[in-house]
Ligand binder design. Sequence first.
Ligand SMILES: Cc1cc2nc3c(=O)[nH]c(=O)nc-3n(C[C@H](O)[C@H](O)[C@H](O)COP(=O)(O)OP(=O)(O)OC[C@H]3O[C@@H](n4cnc5c(N)ncnc54)[C@H](O)[C@@H]3O)c2cc1C
Length: 394
Amino acid sequence: MRKRALVVGLGIAGMAAAIGLRQAGWTPVIVERAPERRRGGYFVGLMTEGRQAAVALGIADHLHTRNPPDGGKAWSLDRRGRREPGVGFLHQPGDPVAVVRGDIESALWWSACGDGTDEPVDVRFATTPVEIHTVGGDVRVLFEDAGTGARYSEGFDLVVGADGLRSSVRRTVFGPDEDYMTDWGAMVCAFQLQEQVPSFAEADSVISARAGRAVWVFGLVDRPPTVLLTYRTEDTRKQFSGSAVQRLRTVFSGMDDPAVRHALAALERTPEFLFDSVHQVRMPRWSSGRVVLLGDAAWCPNLYSGMGATTALRGGAELGRALLESPDDLDAALAAWESGLRPFVRRHQRIARLKQQMFVPSSRPVEELRSVVLRLACAARERRSAKARARASA
Ligand SMILES: Cc1cc2nc3c(=O)[nH]c(=O)nc-3n(C[C@H](O)[C@H](O)[C@H](O)COP(=O)(O)OP(=O)(O)OC[C@H]3O[C@@H](n4cnc5c(N)ncnc54)[C@H](O)[C@@H]3O)c2cc1C
């Protein structure tokens, strides 16, 4: 009989895990707290390992990508709002693929539920697990349907907690958030712009990074850019009191450049935005018996690392592979999966601190150092492009 797995969360990690499980011959069931599938979302750069995982999961051909040619133009704004050529997110090594989060989720959804080649995954919206108990070789899960309030219980061979940064599966099975979430003393706000910053070309990226606060506009090829406002704070909890829009206005006041002005004006009108504190999740083990965590729930490397989606896809693909290789030994499969993946995740969790300085420098000297480093990187990039053009025309 096919083994059944419960996957909690219909994000990138959850759907990648469900597809990986199905490839290993399991029957996954996904429960999602929200009443329907979310769409759109913020800019995500998908790195090499994420693209490889997309191939392994069979979604690569359905992933809509939005890279401007040659990574597009990136502009850096100085303290007076003057622009100079800069280095954008897409110019980093590994040629990241530009998407919005919803592009990855759509490709995963297509494979999990809509391509017709495999049995569609059973997805239950507005449903959350409220109790999880391991009884012998079975995990008993008590569910609650948010629509009707009805509760019912079901048994599974495995539970995958892919329910994000503030995972309830982690809290229920592994312990309180404080044991695993580290506060990075920073906030983030991300949303979709309706139009590009005035006087910039459609697919340009615009970066204004000052000590303690920064605005990043990510240019895309076939839709308006998305924007990220991020700032450092000593009291993340306090940032949630009162209106987020008002708080962002206060934090960014005095930073008078076209990108900041445009982003703050757009924020007033946008129907939807994300406003959250930045954390990293570090756990000594990602599984306990028949419950395993995956994605942000297990290892959230955070947005500065630029690796959350990539590690989530890879985590799901490799979970499937490990289960396929050890079909009759769940402990061995989970141990092999974790030991294969952990060094990769750990490396990117560490690098995230340095990348945070690139996103939002911690002080004025770091801001100045960052500008020098990026100017040099930009000049080196220009030289490489000029050489490539010369070779092409020779
Ligand atoms: C602003 C920003 C920019 C980013 N940029 C990048 C980038 O450039 N590159 C990159 O690789 N990554 C990036 N990331 C990170 C990346 O988006 C995430 O790491 C990735 O989407 C994986 O998320 P996840 O599926 O683990 O969790 P989530 O996306 O949080 O999904 C969790 C799902 O579980 C559901 N859920 C929660 N609780 C329950 C419950 N109790 N019961 C049922 N369902 C539940 C939620 O509704 C949600 O659908 C960025 C993140 C942010 C915030």
